[in-house]
Ligand binder design. Structure first.
Ligand SMILES: [Zn+2]
Length: 407
């Protein structure tokens, strides 16, 4: 059961219509009717289709309906103007799509305007687009992921929150906030005053950001995948000091440089080892990796920086050992700025206090340092789809629907 009242909210054009879409085929009478087209158009808009593409597809769809494949010939479709495709009520594909798109936009605008100010502000980080246009675009990704009403399920439920005295930038989902509520008490039970002491060791905490998952190098990108941050179900602690190590070149470069494989599990989960102990092991290993990386960078980064500054990075360094390390740095450098590397040399790549990682594990948050194929030490999360179940378990890809409308 979801605690929300859908009746009180502005509804989309045809809320039940998308259930029809799976059943629609070109040979269905509904599929070639005006009403059938409208159902498809409304669904495509919710999935983020562009107006022009949609209008062209609807035109092709009607053209096909009027000239079945058996009757087509080499010149059969030529001179088939949009005029002839108008259905009897006179609404051509372009104006039908335009009308549906305006109505959809207006509904979404009302939905956006009704969001709390602090939530609306989170959509304004893209300099090229207005906050509303960004909202309109990313809303389609939630819809494709199965959420009929992302405003009610997610955005309306983003609340301001704190972690050990620090404001969480962007806030978090109320489900996340509830789970986090026991943190101070737990730490205090381990050692009185521990929450305050740990609070002083951290500086910046980020939460809700409506964005996609950061792609890994070489990863195939299909439909957009929303980050748990996009549900307010993740926080990042001091990102500058706890980088996400995810790209293949960086993982392989670091493995060669310091002997740690960030692409493998740091400590296997086992039924015999309590989660908190496993997290403590991971912390120990991440800390060791961080120290080794720091001393490696302190040894080679000054030389690398100088070579990059003088433009001699491609030339030979003579000494094979130096040569090897310069090439490793060059490989890592493609994915991280010089400023990042300098910060890693100074602070390491793991600043999460052990007791914080352990307490978060006890409270059932998943730590990014425990990921199998990458390491995201700054990151603690709850799997959004488990705790905020989508309305449709099946994803609703846009391209599939566009092909149904017209290839
Ligand atoms: Zn994160």
């Amino acid at each position: 059961m979801k605690p929300k009242d859908k009746r009180a909210r502005p509804r989309l054009l045809n809320p039940a219509a998308f259930h029809l879409v799976d059943a629609l085929h070109l040979d269905d009478p509904l599929a070639t009717s005006l009403e059938g087209d409208r159902v498809l158009v409304e669904e495509a808009l919710r999935r983020g289709a562009g107006e022009l593409d949609l209008a062209q597809r609807v035109a092709r769809r009607r053209e096909r309906a009027l000239s079945p494949p058996t009757a087509s010939s080499a010149f059969g479709r030529r001179g088939f103007g949009l005029e002839r495709l108008r259905p009897p009520d006179g609404i051509g594909p372009a104006s039908m799509v335009w009308e549906a798109a305006s109505a959809y936009r207006e509904t979404v605008r009302q939905e956006f305007t009704a969001l709390p100010d602090h939530v609306r502000a989170s959509f304004a980080f893209d300099k090229k687009r207005s906050a509303f246009d960004y909202y309109l675009g990313i809303r389609a990704a939630y819809y494709q992921a199965g959420y009929d009403d992302s405003a009610a399920d997610v955005f309306q439920r983003i609340k301001p929150a704190k972690l050990l005295g620090h404001d969480i930038i962007g806030g978090v989902h109320e489900v996340f906030a509830e789970q986090l509520a026991g943190l101070d008490r737990l730490l205090d039970s381990w050692s009185p005053g521990l929450p305050e002491r740990i609070g002083k060791e951290i500086h910046q905490v980020g939460g809700f950001v409506p964005r996609y998952i950061a792609p890994k190098q070489g990863e195939h990108r299909g439909a957009p995948v929303l980050s748990n941050h996009g549900f307010g179900m993740a926080i990042d602690i001091d990102p500058g000091k706890n980088p996400h190590i995810k790209d293949r070149d960086v993982i392989e470069g670091l493995k060669e440089a310091i002997g740690y494989d960030f692409g493998a599990t740091l400590a296997q989960s086992s039924r015999d080892i309590p989660d908190v102990d496993r997290i403590a092991q991971i912390h120990l290993r991440a800390q060791d990796a961080s120290r080794r990386l720091q001393s490696w960078l302190q040894q080679y980064l000054p030389m690398y920086r100088e070579a990059e500054r003088t433009g001699s990075i491609r030339s030979s360094f003579g000494d094979p050992e130096i040569e090897r390390n310069m090439r490793l740095l060059q490989r890592i450098r493609r994915f991280h700025s010089l400023a990042d590397l300098e910060s890693w040399a100074k602070h390491g790549i793991q600043s999460i206090p052990l007791y914080l990682a352990a307490a978060m594990a006890q409270l059932k948050f998943r730590w990014g340092a425990a990921y199998d194929h990458s390491k995201d030490v700054m990151h603690f999360e709850i799997e959004a789809r488990e705790r905020i179940p989508p309305d449709s378990k099946k994803p609703r890809p846009l391209d599939e629907l566009l092909r149904v409308i017209a290839p």
